[in-house]
Design a protein around this ligand. Structure first.
Ligand SMILES: [Ca+2]
Length: 124
């Protein structure tokens, strides 16, 4: 009877300790992004065509560049680094400004509007 009482008390104490303590979980997300590329537009129409084409194609979501996780008995620390939106914008500008002169013409914007969705679809 004494052994049963000891097991019962020990079980209740262990259950209580687990129930009260829980788990300490920490999650951190860091955004790694590039400065936005400086570009000018030949006209308002060139800018509109470029931004409409850019907006019509979903940019890749937060791409996880680095992830680390540390778990101890009751502590879990999860951290990750994701790519910011400027990197995708800069890729679009680089793709559109075919002569690399820092100005997007109406002609370049028209080609971009036609080719960007296919380019993005091919990248997956
Ligand atoms: Ca150009």
């Amino acid at each position: 009877m004494k052994v049963f009482h000891f097991v019962l008390v020990a079980s209740l104490a262990a259950a209580g300790a687990l129930g009260l303590s829980g788990c300490i979980c920490v999650s951190e997300t860091e955004v790694a992004d590039d400065p936005r590329a400086k570009v000018s537009f030949e006209s308002d129409r060139a800018a509109r065509v470029f931004y409409e084409a850019l907006a019509s194609t979903p940019l890749p979501g937060d791409t996880v560049e680095k992830r680390s996780s540390v778990s101890l008995v009751l502590v879990n620390v999860d951290s990750k680094t994701v790519t910011g939106p400027n990197r995708a914008y800069n890729q679009a500008v680089l793709f559109c400004d075919s002569d690399g002169n820092g100005e997007i013409t109406e002609h370049e914007a028209g080609i971009f509007a036609a080719e960007w969705p296919r380019h993005q679809a091919a990248r997956g």
